[in-house]
Ligand binder design. Structure first.
Ligand SMILES: [Zn+2]
Length: 656
């Protein structure tokens, strides 16, 4: 069944501090994030001059000229590290965070302004180019970091520093006389402002977020007005390429989702990370205000993205040039851009839409994106990262065709000049607990993600302590144990993933019926007793997936999927010419756990076919089909490709 859209609901996530990842697949990932990724990123922040830039000591001629994005990289690291110390006290990490806060405190301008690049490099040009200079974007990341730090430590110092900056921005931007009627070139501050509103209850922060979102795309175009203010002809501006009216069918400002007021934007256009953050902010406002027209706009954009412009991995943004969406069903595999941050942004948006509608389809995409397009962004070792996440790799393509963009290189790297992705991954993984559970004012507990964890769920009548145990995503067996003060009535709702053809539930060893809601969640409403054990078995068959027939790159190809995991073939297992392999739809493929392979994974194996090339010597084309010879197929989860020797890879496999 396909769940329909539901009305706004009063569902809220259980906050990150109340959910402990307790074991299994994600405990291992969380530990790597904490012990390897966070220190590795800190070292890169140091080596690249980002941390030194906070002393405002840079002068022309010196190396490490500060860059307009740098505050965002530092802020995302502070945010991630704050979640970590909030869960696991760590004096060294705490000192590193406090040192960065000291630096920010020292350089803050008396009027509250706080952007390292402008303070160090262009002090006279503050707020003159919010189109491309990322001032408001960096402010958003500083604010998210400050909120996380406050939640983790209870200390108000950093939040106080950044609130002064936000109050400065609030005084500068808006509709009043002498105010700048502009909005961020790169959305992010909007999300952070809603978060600050939720923390403080101060309506002005929600109003400012609302102003930024509602002002976007109105005429006259702010970015043009801003160029005129700088004394530039917008048609002749340095961003002429962007402004070229033939560049994007929806108009030049579509690149920054500023071509139309947001409620009139019917298709997802332009730079994908900007789009994901903007749509996340729209969903936040749709929930908080609440605003049905913003919700409707989000739902239409969601449909466009997930039904026409998303890879099976949850990768979004197929085009390298301007990191943007192209047209429906244009999903090339080797040249897929799929920035890791774009998939992280899709997780953010999905999570927010889930809390606007309660509909499982958002949870399904959240999970699909998390386990594939996001998780592929970091190596199993935790210190190497993909900026782009291709769905097929033929190494010769990168040597011969697109060498110029190092971000497209199909091998994870320790860092990038534009290094948004590594700290974005770190903050998502460090706060993953908040994506697992929700509750509502009617006394219902929701489980969105099957991750081994413990949680404290605050229901109106009392707290539910629960423990989830599972080897998911390797199998679909999940067990919940409830620790309660006494008998306690509440509804327990479990996301039934769309890919799951069957399930069973047992309570304390006896079969139990659950009611499948229109939302796609299985509901069990009863009086629960201390020590109750609920078991859920989700069938997790191997599925051979097809693309919409209009995805021309995948004609006659299938992808292997099991549960939330997309699989791929790698040269290490199948040889370099992956294009010669054919799946056999008649074959019953099997899943088995290999503890020694890639830190322990479930591999998929079975009979496939390979085109025999031995009689093609000296022939490029012929009318006689290639002879097929049987071959043993071995597929590995997509997220862990590229962790062995350098080689080719493909998700989409030709089918017999
Ligand atoms: Zn990125």
């Amino acid at each position: 069944m396909t769940p329909g859209n539901t009305q706004p609901i009063n569902m809220n996530p259980v906050e990150w501090k109340k959910v402990q990842i307790a074991g299994g697949f994600w405990k291992h990932k969380s530990d790597i994030n904490r012990f390897i990724t966070l220190p590795a990123i800190y070292q890169q922040l140091k080596d690249s001059g980002r941390i030194e830039s906070l002393n405002l000591t840079w002068r022309p001629g010196l190396p490490h000229k500060p860059h307009p994005y740098w505050d965002s990289d530092i802020a995302k690291w502070i945010e991630a590290a704050s979640y970590s110390v909030g869960m696991f006290p760590d004096a060294d990490l705490r000192d590193k965070i406090e040192d960065l806060i000291d630096k920010y405190e020292k350089i803050q301008h008396p009027d509250g302004y706080l952007n390292t690049y402008f303070l160090a490099v262009e002090p006279a040009n503050r707020w003159t180019n919010v189109y491309v200079m990322h001032e408001l974007y960096c402010a958003g990341h500083l604010l998210e970091a400050a909120i996380a730090h406050y939640q983790a430590t209870g200390k108000e110092r950093f939040l106080g520093i950044v609130r002064r900056y936000i109050d400065h921005i609030d005084a500068k931007f808006g509709k009043g006389k002498g105010k700048i009627p502009g909005y961020p070139g790169h959305p992010e501050l909007e999300l952070a402002l809603v978060r600050l509103y939720r923390l403080t209850g101060e309506p002005k922060y929600l109003d400012l977020a609302s102003f930024f979102v509602n002002q976007r795309g109105t005429q006259p175009y702010f970015f043009e007005q801003e160029a005129l203010q700088r004394g530039e002809d917008p048609e002749q501006s340095p961003y002429k390429e962007i402004l070229n009216k033939n560049y994007l069918p929806a108009g030049p400002y579509a690149l920054f989702q500023a071509h139309l007021p947001v409620r009139e934007q019917k298709s997802a256009e332009g730079h994908v990370v900007r789009a994901m953050y903007l749509y996340s902010a729209m969903a936040d406002l749709a929930k908080e205000i609440p605003d049905a027209s913003l919700q409707a706009a989000c739902e239409e954009l969601w449909q466009d993205v997930t039904e026409r412009k998303m890879y099976i991995t949850g990768g979004v943004g197929s085009l390298e040039i301007s990191e943007r969406f192209t047209f429906p069903y244009d999903l090339p595999n080797e040249t897929a851009y799929n920035e890791t941050c774009a998939s992280i942004g899709l997780v953010f948006w999905a999570h927010r839409m889930l809390h606007v509608t309660g509909n499982r389809k958002y949870g399904d995409i959240l999970e699909q994106t998390l386990y594939n397009g996001v998780l592929s962004g970091v190596s199993l070792s935790g210190d190497l990262f993909f900026y782009c996440n291709h769905l097929a790799v033929e190494w010769q393509v990168y040597y011969n065709r697109i060498l110029r963009n190092p971000r497209m290189w199909p091998e994870r790297k320790p860092w990038f000049d534009v290094s948004c992705c590594p700290p974005n991954l770190a903050r998502l993984f460090a706060s993953l607990g908040q994506y697992c559970y929700s509750y509502d004012s009617e006394g219902n507990v929701y489980v969105h993600l099957y991750i081994e964890s413990t949680a404290e769920v605050p229901l109106p009548l009392g707290t539910v302590f629960l423990r989830q145990e599972t080897a998911y995503p390797w199998n679909g067996n999940i067990r919940f144990t409830f620790s309660l003060q006494g008998p306690f009535q509440f509804g327990f709702l479990l996301r039934l993933p769309e890919w799951c053809p069957g399930y069973s539930i047992e309570l304390n060893g006896s079969p139990l019926a659950a009611e499948l809601q229109d939302s796609g969640y299985l509901k069990i409403q009863r009086v629960w007793n201390p020590g109750d054990i609920l078991s859920l078995q989700l069938e997790m068959p191997i599925q051979l997936m097809e693309s919409h027939p209009y995805v021309r790159m995948n004609a006659r190809a299938k992808a292997i999927k099991r549960g939330p995991l997309v699989y791929c073939l790698e040269e290490e297992d199948m040889g370099s010419h992956l294009e010669t392999i054919l799946l056999d739809p008649e074959e019953v493929y099997t899943a088995s756990f290999e503890p020694e392979t890639l830190n322990g994974i479930v591999v998929i194996q079975g009979k496939a076919w390979k085109k025999d090339t031995s009689d093609w010597e000296g022939v490029l084309y012929r009318s006689r089909p290639a002879t097929l010879i049987p071959v043993l197929l071995k597929a590995i989860p997509y997220f862990c490709w590229g962790n062995r020797s350098r080689g080719n890879m493909t998700v989409w496999i030709a089918s017999k």
